[in-house]
Design a protein around this ligand. Structure first.
Ligand code: ADP
Length: 236
């Protein structure tokens, strides 16, 4: 489904991502983990078109997408959430989610977009809040809206960039359950996540990054017991 092939990203002299390659099959949930500064967010930004690779390519269903701007990549079928929630604060919950339906992979219009946006709000448990202004929502509810907005675009691959960050323990349980539901629906997901319990219970496979390169790949149990991975997290 998604293929990252020898991708390098340089910022002036700094190599943030170096010769990264990995593949994500349909309906797989893949975690991208690694210590701070290892290049995970840069990798997400490369896949979603915020950055263009200095070398290498990224393809979706065999189509090269790495030279397309973000809005085209979204239309091709890659939807993402951001580390810091990005919603339109002047609009209501429903209007935000509708924007995802209109500008997403399967573009819907008018009442069809409204109806689908409502379905996605129901999907994330926010159906009662559709007319609330974004600014009145709690943090986890804003995260739910962001997830509903991405789902409304019907992406083929969903990128979750630390979607669980900043949640308290109760919210975390709800958040993990929501991602579990995505798994049960057979969605294809790439998630950058620091919450290892979530990685263990959700991911089929993990790609571990350190200093911009892939240092391990395998099931969560495999990589989390790998000596090199432990060393990367703990330092020398
Ligand atoms: P992670 O998400 O794993 O914490 P990042 O992808 O944010 O890592 O960062 C990897 C490296 O790339 C860091 O050294 C960071 O300072 C650098 N970096 C990220 N984005 C930029 C940028 N826009 N310009 C310059 N350096 C950047």
């Amino acid at each position: 489904m998604l293929s990252v092939q020898g991708v390098t990203k340089r910022f002036d002299g700094l190599v943030a991502v170096s010769k990264m390659s990995f593949h994500v099959a349909a309906q797989e949930m893949v975690g991208v983990i690694g210590p701070n500064g290892s290049g995970k967010t840069t990798m997400m930004n490369l896949i979603s078109g915020v950055y263009t690779p200095s070398e290498g390519g990224i393809s979706l269903h065999g189509r090269q997408i790495s030279n397309l701007p973000p809005q085209h990549i979204c239309r091709e079928g890659i939807g993402r959430t951001f580390q810091l929630v990005r919603l339109l604060p002047g609009l209501t919950v429903l209007e935000n989610v509708k924007a995802g339906a209109v500008f997403g992979h399967k573009r819907r219009w008018g009442r069809d977009a409204d109806q689908f946006a409502l379905e996605m709000l129901e999907r994330v448990g926010l159906e009662g809040q559709s007319h609330a202004p974004i600014s009145t929502l709690t943090y986890i509810d804003q995260k739910r809206v962001e997830l509903a907005r991405v789902l409304a675009g019907e992406p083929e691959v969903l990128l979750l960039d630390e979607w669980l960050a900043g949640l308290n323990p109760t919210e975390l349980e709800t958040g993990i359950q929501l991602i579990h539901d995505l798994r049960d629906e057979g969605r294809t997901v790439v998630m950058v996540e620091h919450v290892m319990d979530a990685i263990r219970s959700l991911c089929d496979r993990c790609v571990v990054m350190s200093s911009g390169t892939k240092i391990a790949e395998g099931t969560p149990e495999e990589v989390l017991s790998d000596k090199e991975v432990i060393k990367a997290y703990l330092g020398d």
